[in-house]
Each structure stands twice: as structure tokens, then as C-alpha cells.
Design a protein around this ligand. Structure first.
Ligand code: SF4
Length: 353
């Protein structure tokens, strides 16, 4: 088995990135029968050792495979490693993770057993308020690299919930993301409703969700009820109206039985108006969903501002009183400059990827 390496920034070669089915083939080539491969991958994704410790999956391997275990472990370890750790006062822990080729992504260990993973290096959607979108898309994150983020996180603390809300737009990397979701919901031991697929809204993603065997919960980044404002805030998102997005999300909520999480980054003077509150009531009343208001993480050179906490609380209260189930959230790691992509940007300034 050889390490999976890629030229930096060459996202056109995304077929060669580290994928789970390639990994399974390599395990097969190293002498692992399907059951053995499953044991190896389960141990890896749960951060359990193959050769020592209580469960020791390698005890029952044939001798030829046992001889390959150190190489297999080295290869799995080479997929990703923790570059730096940034603990937050809220119990979260942001990890800057270096992939095998030196590209960096962020994973966030959330309080209460959650993990936020990255699905791309950079992102093509270019949301005006997001640091990750500034570089464009550098490359896809392979399904095996997504599970490697889980393995690194579980080496630090238990993980029972995985959300695809880190760097990247999961709808732009559907094959890898759904391969990882399938793994998470089976070998990875994460309950299906504890896997959250997050998207700005893309017809291909809605289609895949309906066809998926392991059905994750859905988070939809809405941010505004105005089609014109959405076009300028999310310039390269598919041009679907907020009404069409909510209709699609509601269809999935009814089919899956899981409420949709509507994500709303609160930007002062941009999408915190009474008009938006009216629009939200019109769009979401009676829908199977929860509105998450997330005050913007202020960036030094951003034109956007974070509304005051009192303003955010007042908005949440008004929406709640008008029948919209609303939660006011602070993005984890706020106190360590931890908005999406901010740590990676800083890590790259210190040590170029
Ligand atoms: Fe991409 Fe998400 Fe950032 Fe938008 S907010 S640019 S979709 S990573």
C-alpha cells in the first residue's frame, strides 16, 4: 500500500483523492477479507488500536494480514494529522487538520459529543461573510479523509454526532460526502439522525438525499428570505428562491421524519430587519423545522458586523412569539477566532500548505 498524495491546489485530480472504496481495495490487496477490512475500518474510525488494547481486532487475522498491520496503520495515520488544537471557553475544540498532501482543513469538536467536519479545502460558493469562500475551491476532501477527521476527533473524546458544517459545500462533493455518510451510519456507529448534511441548497443534493440508504438530517443555509439579497450574499449558490428552497427542504423533512435546521447567519443591518422576520413567518410557519440564528463572527476586514447580543435575543424572541421554533446559537470557538476557515487561514499564514 502506498500513501495517497496529490499536487497542492489541483482539484481537477479529485478522482485520485483518498476515498473509502479505494481504501477497501487496498486492504483487500493487503490480504484482508471483507470481514477483516470491516474490523480494521471500524477500529480506525473509533480510534481503537488494531494491535493492542482491549479489543485487538488483529488477534483473529490470518498471519499474512497481521504482517501488514503496521503498514496499514501507518497509511491510515498518513491520511490526516492534527496540526494545531484551539480550545474554546465553551468546551469546543477546534482542530486544524493537515491532510496527507499538506492541505489544511478545520474540524470542530463540539460540546456534548458533536463533531463538525470539513468536506472541501476552500469552497466555490463564495458567501460574502465567509472566510473559507475567499480562496475559492482548492480541492475536494476524500471520503476517507472525512472519516480520518472522525478518527482524530475520537482519539480526543467520544463523538456521537457528525455535522457537515465545516469548510466547503457538501453539495459540491456529493460522491465523497455520501460515501462518508453511508460509512458513518453503518461501520462508524453514528445514528442516522445524528448525521447532519448541510447545504446552501442544490437540486442535485436534494435528489441524493431522497435516494440515500443512510438518511441524514438536513441543515439548509437560508440567511435571507429575499431572492435578490440571497443572490448577492451567496453569489455562486444555485439560483433557487428562498420559497423553492424551503419547499424542497420540507419535502425531505416529511420523507425522512427529521426536522430541517434552517441556518441564518445574522448580519447587522443586512438580514435582521422586521421585513425578514415577516418573511420568515411566511416561509416557515407550520413547517417541520428549527431556525438557528447564528450571529456573525466578526472579521477584521469584513464589511459585515455582528448585531449586539440584545438585538439577537430580541429577534429570537419575536420569531418564537410568532410561532417559529427559533434557537439563538453562538458558533463554537468564537473566542479563538474560530469562524469557519479563520484558523486555517491563520495556520497557512504561519506555515504555508
Ligand atoms: Fe462555502 Fe459554507 Fe463558506 Fe458559503 S459559508 S463559502 S458554502 S464554506
Amino acid at each position: 500500500m502506498t500513501a495517497v498524495m496529490h499536487p497542492q491546489g489541483d482539484h481537477k485530480r479529485s478522482t485520485s483523492i483518498a476515498r473509502l472504496h479505494t481504501l477497501k481495495q487496498r486492504l483487500h490487496d493487503a490480504g484482508a477479507a471483507p470481514l477483516h477490512a470491516q474490523r480494521i475500518l471500524r477500529a480506525w474510525s473509533h480510534a481503537l488500536p488494531l494491535e493492542s488494547g482491549r479489543r485487538r481486532p488483529s488477534t483473529f487475522f490470518p498471519a499474512a494480514l497481521r504482517a501488514n498491520v503496521p503498514t496499514i496503520q501507518a497509511e491510515l495515520g498518513a491520511l490526516a494529522r492534527v496540526h494545531t488544537v484551539h480550545p474554546g471557553a465553551d468546551g469546543s475544540e477546534r482542530l486544524v487538520v493537515a491532510l496527507g498532501d499538506g492541505h489544511m482543513v478545520e474540524s470542530v469538536l463540539l460540546p456534548r459529543g458533536g463533531l463538525c467536519v470539513s468536506s472541501q479545502v476552500g469552497c466555490a460558493v463564495g458567501c460574502q461573510f465567509c472566510m473559507t469562500g475567499r480562496d475559492g475551491l482548492l480541492r475536494q476532501v476524500g471520503s476517507a479523509e472525512i472519516i480520518a477527521q472522525l478518527s482524530l476527533a475520537r482519539a480526543r473524546r467520544p463523538v456521537r454526532r457528525v455535522v457537515f458544517m465545516g469548510m466547503g459545500e457538501p453539495a459540491h462533493n456529493l460522491d465523497n460526502v455520501f460515501e462518508a455518510i453511508d460509512f458513518l451510519g453503518t461501520v462508524g456507529g453514528v445514528g442516522h439522525k445524528n448525521i447532519v448534511f448541510s447545504t446552501v441548497g442544490d437540486p442535485r443534493a436534494f435528489e441524493r438525499l431522497h435516494d440515500a440508504t443512510v438518511k441524514p438530517a438536513l441543515a439548509l443555509s437560508l440567511h435571507t428570505t429575499r431572492a435578490d439579497l440571497r443572490r448577492s450574499l451567496l453569489p455562486r449558490a444555485p439560483d433557487l428562491t428562498p420559497q423553492a428552497l424551503v419547499d424542497e427542504a420540507e419535502r425531505y423533512a416529511q420523507a425522512s421524519g427529521y426536522p430541517v435546521q434552517y441556518q441564518w447567519t445574522l448580519l447587522e443591518g443586512v438580514n435582521d430587519s422586521a421585513e425578514e422576520v415577516d418573511g420568515l413567518v411566511r416561509l416557515l410557519a407550520g413547517k417541520r423545522g428549527i431556525l438557528n440564528l447564528i450571529p456573525f463572527n466578526t472579521l477584521d476586514d469584513s464589511p459585515f458586523q455582528r448585531p449586539t447580543w440584545a438585538r439577537c435575543q430580541a429577534l429570537a424572541r419575536t420569531l418564537h412569539e410568532r410561532g417559529i421554533l427559533t434557537k439563538l446559537r453562538d458558533s463554537a470557538g468564537q473566542d479563538v477566532d474560530g469562524g469557519c476557515g479563520q484558523l486555517r487561514a491563520r495556520a497557512i499564514r504561519i506555515a504555508p500548505a
